[in-house]
Design a binder for this molecule. Sequence first.
Ligand code: FES
Length: 122
Amino acid sequence: MSSVLSFVSVARLDELPADRGLRVVVDGVGVGLYRVNDAVYAMEDACPHAGYPLSEGQLDGCVVSCDAHGWPFDVRTGFDPDNADGFPVPCFAVEVEGNDVRIDLAHRINDPRRRHDASNSP
Ligand code: FES
């Protein structure tokens, strides 16, 4: 009845792999969950190059590399760490309570504007 989105349970912490993401689908949106040390990050699971699921790529530290053509993305920010002029992949707020991982698709945590647009805005 309510259209207000909020945190929803999407996975168990102990099912997140160490070396790649875990794809979940929330409200029809594919999201990759990534465990980096004690933190969990959520990033839309579609590569901006050709839409390949980023969760299937190799996770090295905070960077996942797309399995299709190798584009890298920092799962904390959604940015290509080698391209300061790029646009970020949407990232979302994550809550972890015990073994329960929750995300909130209504709470995007990164700015969709280019880095330079954001830093040069009046
Ligand atoms: S689809 Fe991801 S790098 Fe090409």
